[in-house]
Design a protein around this ligand. Structure first.
Ligand code: MTE
Ligand code: LUZ
Ligand code: MOS
Length: 770
């Protein structure tokens, strides 16, 4: 069978040989010009004068365009249309594009872009979520999900933990930066080749910007060098700007962002500021919870609404919360417009409850794993999420038991206590954290996909589907699905570049649903072809259609085996249709944004991880010594790819919570806009002992071959790294004090927390002596 087995990524060989084509590798057409963007230097200001003459005077410059030169709508925002392509009159963040320079070379365009004479009338800027909340400044009305009676439940609760937490944002840091290559076609039509997770949205935005219909615009993407959510909506600015320039000059125009511009211009993962209050009993069971999350949305809405919604719907993580009051506000700030990033608000929602559970365990002197288990879904009738979806597929009791044993959690806990007792400077820490993640777009209508499968007369198969390849392996998985339906070896199936002229009205490849949706759509198409071929085979050889089988590159009918290619050839001569479209819409979904209730997810994916760290309490430096992760991939379509996804997500999530720090100065300028100052994990940060396994159990939902999505949920597994660091810090105070640790837990933040713990335990001791 082609499914359920480890197969190399379909482009692995091309990747390794350096032959995989990314947008910048496409041979340039004669006459191609290069664009760059002129960026705002102020966080919030009226543009008093914009003198572009010095830009036009620079070598190689062909044209300079402003908002006035946009023939259609000056907007590239998804959902809410509050995202100008080019600022007009007012700038809302440092880095906002104001004009496009087109020159003969990339370097000339970039040099010229810096030469504008701009005078600004500065306006007050809001930079942080705290400031946004204080100023009641939001991009969308704040949302609230209530269940039960939190007020009454707090009154009954014997203990209450309350506090604040800040969790920073994260740059997507795709290795291939944002890029678009726009090529004018006859009759004002436009072809845009770009690096995007969402070709249909790019088509839509480009059509609007140029004042064209969608049928005039074709968008193609062979692959991305990573997207991680950063190319779900925010590839639009680059596609639109390149297309505007190409349309204006009637020449091909390429716009490639260098790393600094990419980081200055585009949005990132939202940082969150939480104010929380949780009531619990002596056993550690949560009785009441209140949280107010304020996101740094940035200057526009972008996808902040659905991100905040996912945060609200993941505050429960794996735990039944009977009486809750969950609020989220998308703070409007004069910074980049934050957007999708792997997990899409889910990690930010879930880490808050994990932070509190960690404190509850410490307050009660219990092991945090025991407190977590106390609160799992599925104990008695406790199986309904605060938003009303029943948790019917909870595998956590079994999964966590398996990991507890394989990781030797209890024995290592005891060993670490012994180590710490004898080690005054180096302190070890350990944490076990579980994950539950809802699979489906929480915007219901996005859960649809299409595919087009062609069987050519020689028996080879070409598949178009609406998903985009960003390294995650969706093309490999869809290939496997189609090969399986037609009984073919993988070498007979090829996946074409994603192209809006082949499959229309697609959703972003996002929400981890790429293989779920496009796999089902491609299966639907392949099954129609298979059914036609089976019926045709019966006309040749007799027997029953239901008994025709496709395997081993052959069709088996009524005791005869016909090579697939031979049957196809015969079918063609008898005028049997050898290609088909396919469609899939995830069944059973609903969501009411007003009441924040419904059934937003098709199923849940689960996982758990155990991390062990050692922290140098004099410097704040630390190392991940060992990580064990167990991920619920259902019946995995391709275990090798899924394990790669878990490993990658784990390290990426670890970077978010530890070393990756976004820092804006007081004037609102992002100062960490290159790898010199923004530290993503390196290979040396990966644990030497890294044990990633899949928990192989078929999905109870009717997903593609009963597999489960894998793209985003494992990003929550390195919560265990963060809480292991917190555990090591708390050992400084004999585990009596909760370290006030914000994320990212940089060395400085760790030292700050150690100082706070040392000071507090000192005063505890003094109180005890009195
Ligand atoms: N893996 C790689 N190598 N590169 C990426 O950009 N993006 C992640 C995840 N894994 C990403 C990745 C994100 S944010 C999502 S939503 C999913 O892949 C999207 O692909 P899928 O739905 O096909 O899993
Ligand atoms: N919802 C979601 C979305 O859960 N994940 C996404 O990536 C997304 N993108 C756009 C709109 N809703
Ligand atoms: Mo992923 S954040 O849904 O692109």
């Amino acid at each position: 069978s082609a499914v359920g087995v480890s197969r190399p990524h379909e482009s692995a060989e091309l990747h390794v040989l350096g032959q995989a084509t990314y947008t910048d590798d496409i041979p340039e057409l004669q006459g191609t010009l290069h664009a760059a963007l002129g960026l705002s230097a102020k966080a919030h200001a009226r543009i008093a004068t914009l003198d572009l003459a010095p830009v036009r005077a620079m070598p190689g410059v062909v044209a300079v365009l402003t908002a006035d030169d946009i023939p259609g709508t000056n907007d590239c925002g998804p959902i809410i249309h509050d995202d100008p392509i080019l600022a007009q009159g007012e700038v809302l963040y440092v880095g906002q594009p104001m004009f496009i320079v087109i020159a003969d070379t990339h370097t000339n365009a970039r040099r010229a872009a810096r030469k504008a004479n701009v005078t600004y009338e500065e306006l007050p800027a809001i930079l942080t979520p705290q400031q946004a909340k204080a100023a009641n400044s939001y991009v969308l009305p704040p949302m609230r999900l209530e269940r039960g009676d939190a007020e009454a439940a707090f009154a009954r609760a014997p203990h209450v933990a309350r506090g604040e937490l800040f969790v920073g944002g994260q740059e997507q840091f795709y290795l291939e930066g944002q890029i678009a290559y726009a090529i004018p076609k006859e009759g004002r039509a436009m072809l845009v080749q770009c690096s995007t997770q969402h070709p249909s949205e790019m088509q839509h935005v480009v059509a609007h910007a140029l004042g064209l219909n969608s049928h005039h615009v074709t968008v193609e993407c062979r692959r991305m060098g990573g997207g991680f959510g950063g190319k779900e909506s925010q590839s639009a600015l680059w596609a639109a700007a390149a297309a505007i320039a190409a349309n204006y000059l009637k020449r091909p125009v390429k716009l490639r962002a260098d790393r600094d511009d990419d980081m200055m211009v585009t949005g990132k993962r939202h940082c969150f500021w939480y104010e929380y209050e949780v009531g619990y009993d002596d056993t550690g069971r949560i009785l009441a919870a209140r949280v107010d999350m304020t996101l740094r949305a940035g200057f526009s809405a972008d996808l902040s609404g659905p991100v905040a919604t996912r945060a609200v719907c993941h505050f429960d993580n794996c735990y039944y919360l009977s009486d809750v009051d969950i609020r989220a506000g998308c703070g409007k700030t004069n910074t980049q417009s934050n957007t999708a990033f792997r997990g899409f608000g889910g990690p930010q929602g879930a880490i808050a409850i994990e932070y509190v559970i960690d404190e509850i365990a410490r307050n009660l002197g219990k092991d945090a794993l025991d407190v977590r288990r106390q609160n799992f879904y599925g104990i008695g009738e406790r199986d309904e999420t605060p938003y009303g979806q029943a948790v019917v597929d909870n595998v956590l009791p079994e999964l966590t038991a398996q990991l507890e044993e394989s990781s030797e959690y209890r024995a290592r806990r005891a060993a670490i206590d012994r180590f710490n007792a004898a080690s005054p400077v180096l302190k070890k820490g350990l944490a076990f954290t579980p994950v539950k993640f809802g699979i489906a777009f929480n915007v219901t209508h996005l859960n649809q996909a299409g595919a087009l499968v062609h069987v050519y007369v020689d028996g080879s198969v070409l598949v178009n589907h609406g998903g985009t390849e960003m390294g995650q392996g969706v093309n490999t998985k869809v290939m496997q699905v189609v090969a399986h339906e037609l009984g073919l070896d993988l070498r007979h199936v090829r996946i074409a570049a994603t192209d809006t002229s082949k499959v229309a009205n697609t959703s972003a490849t996002a929400a981890s649903t790429g293989a779920d949706l496009n796999g089902k759509a491609a299966q639907d198409a392949a099954r129609q072809i298979r059914d036609r071929l089976a019926a045709f085979a019966v006309t040749l050889h007799g027997g029953d259609v239901a008994d025709v089988h496709f395997f081993g590159d052959a069709v088996h009918v009524n005791g005869v085996s016909v090579p697939f290619a031979e049957l196809v050839q015969k079918a063609y001569l008898k005028r049997v249709q050898l290609w088909s479209d396919g469609f899939y819409a995830t069944p059973g979904l609903s969501w009411d944004p007003k009441t924040m209730r419904g059934h937003p997810f098709q199923y849940y994916a689960y996982g758990a991880a155990v991390s062990e760290v050692v922290v140098d309490t004099l410097t704040g430096e630390w190392k991940l010594l060992r990580a064990d992760a167990l991920y619920d991939a259902g019946r995995s379509l391709n275990p090798a790819i899924d394990i790669g996804q878990v490993e990658g997500a784990f390290i990426q999530g670890m970077g978010w919570l530890t070393t990756e720090q976004l820092w804006w100065n007081d004037a609102g300028k992002l100062m960490t806009h290159a790898p010199s100052t923004y530290k993503i994990p390196a290979i040396s940060d990966c644990p030497e002992d890294f044990r990633v396994r899949l928990f192989e159990k078929p999905n109870v939902a009717d997903s593609i071959h009963r597999s489960k999505a894998v793209g985003e949920p494992p990003l929550l597994l390195p919560f265990s790294v963060f809480f292991a660091i917190r555990d090591a810090i708390s050992s400084v105070g004999g585990h009596r004090v909760n370290p006030p640790l914000n994320a990212p837990a940089t060395c400085e933040e760790i030292l700050r927390a150690i100082d706070a713990v040392a000071a507090q335990s000192q005063s505890l001791q003094e109180t005890n002596f009195q």
